[in-house]
Design a protein around this ligand. Structure first.
Ligand SMILES: C[S@@+](CC[C@H](N)C(=O)[O-])C[C@H]1O[C@@H](n2cnc3c(N)ncnc32)[C@H](O)[C@@H]1O
Length: 195
């Protein structure tokens, strides 16, 4: 009888472990919410300049692609930087790029869904996503410390006017917008309340 219940317990444990493995595989297989389109290096430099990134900063790039933003933050400012990316091939590429640029000590690339990342340790958050994804991130952005900066390439956050927007003229004639906000984010209606 005792032997039987021990076997039952083992079967149950194996089933639970199987479920956990399946759940992990399912979450790892989530497709990207937006495809990889790299930010041109000239725009990366403007994003770092607008956020006034220094060696004291902790920079997060949500959907880091090949890692260029976090690598440049580490290489040019000495910042510690985390890139979060869902595509395993890009995760590998970004890690290799960080090693090639000799900033592996400062840069960490994590294979993660950006919607599961706790932003409370970041002092700068970089975005090059889509407007609806920026809005979806609002509950996480609300956890940023006061004074943390958010910089987005091209896309705004609906209902939340940026502090500053600058433009970058690229070599191919395209013009990119770069927006800066400072935490805590204020809704457009909060500005009227100040009058
Ligand atoms: C437009 S690219 C920007 C890449 C990089 N930040 C840059 O500016 O060069 C967006 C990146 O987000 C990644 N991505 C999309 N959905 C994601 C998610 N839910 N979690 C993590 N990364 C995601 C894509 O694989 C892609 O590399």
């Amino acid at each position: 009888m005792e032997e039987m219940s021990r076997r039952n317990l083992k079967t149950l444990a194996a089933a639970l472990l199987g479920c956990a493995a399946l759940a992990a595989a399912a979450s790892a297989a989530k497709p990207p919410d937006v495809d990889f389109v790299p930010t041109p290096h000239k725009v990366v430099r403007e994003m770092l300049k607008l956020a006034r990134v220094t060696g004291k900063d902790i920079v997060y790039d949500l959907g880091c692609g090949d890692g260029r933003i976090v690598i440049t933050a580490a290489r040019t400012a000495g910042a510690r930087a985390w890139g979060f990316e869902i595509d395993p091939d890009l995760v590998e590429e970004a890690r290799l790029n960080a090693e090639k640029e000799k900033v592996g000590r400062l840069v960490t690339i994590e294979e993660r869904d950006i919607f599961t990342v706790d932003l409370s340790s970041a002092s700068v958050v970089m975005l090059y996503l889509l407007p609806e994804l920026n809005v979806k991130l609002l509950p996480q952005l609300a956890r940023l410390r006061p004074g943390a900066r958010i910089v987005s390439h091209d896309f705004g956050i609906e209902g939340y006017p940026p502090d500053v927007t600058t433009t970058v003229h690229q070599y191919d004639g395209k013009v990119s917008a770069v927006h800066l906000w400072t935490a805590p984010l204020r809704k457009a209606t909060d500005y009227f309340a100040l009058d």
